[in-house]
Design a binder for this molecule. Sequence first.
Ligand code: SF4
Length: 293
Amino acid sequence: MRTIKAKSILQKAGGNSDFWFGIDYNINLYKGCPHGCIYCDSRSECYGIDHFDEVRIKENEIAILNKELQSKKKKGVVGIGAMSDTYNPFEKELEITRQALKLLQFYHFGVSIDTKSDLVVRDIDILKQMKNVIVKLTVTTADDELSKKIEPHVCVSSKRFKAMKALSDEGIFTGILFTPILPFITDQEDNIKAVVRLSHEHGAKFIYSMFGVTLRTNQRNYYYQQLDRLFPMLKEKYQESFGNRYMCEIQNYPHLKQVFINECQKYGLLYKMEDIIAAYKLENEHIQLTFDL
Ligand code: SF4
């Protein structure tokens, strides 16, 4: 594996307090991701990551992170995994993410993890000792065979649901990132209902969705190549429906969004960003109060 130089690891997150799950900082411990999702946004030209499927690590990153966390006066929630899944197969041996979590715990930072890998359960022991923790497992389809096609090098959806159950059983605030929903591939009403039901059955507190897929330069080329390989004639349907649009919304969007909301309400799952942020931060306050009494 290649090692690259890095001056800084901890980045200030953009946006306001309602920004992506209320994160204050971002870290990407690996550059590149081998999970092979056909729709991956991180392949987009604007991020400038060449050979995205190749994983690289950053020289002395844990030492750099240690210094940066130590010097930060403002504590907050650190997002991990936004650009590259931090639980790639190399993490099993390298334990870079695990070391980073230990540092976050030591310096009293919270964490917001995005992953598709069930390796995250390995770190339950550390996550349980941290405050302001939210773990999101990404699931795009309830069908394991379809997940093998569109997310070929990471565990199938049913394993991700099981991982979420393991986290939830240990009291960790967890839920599903149901995004992207791919037009003509995963946007059936049955799939939406099944993903919400399975989320509920596996201990999710929330499910967050965006009703379509975004496509940009490079990412679109890769996605269309994969459509040609896996779903003949679908590329042409995309081109006809969306042209070069960035946001490719699912068909029948208003109806399916309402179906999603109805199902979430039926099972008592949070689905609005502001509610999810308030709930996991409040849960931490509650735990803190319980400890203090
Ligand atoms: S797991 Fe995430 S970062 Fe990795 S290929 Fe899939 S979408 Fe991209």
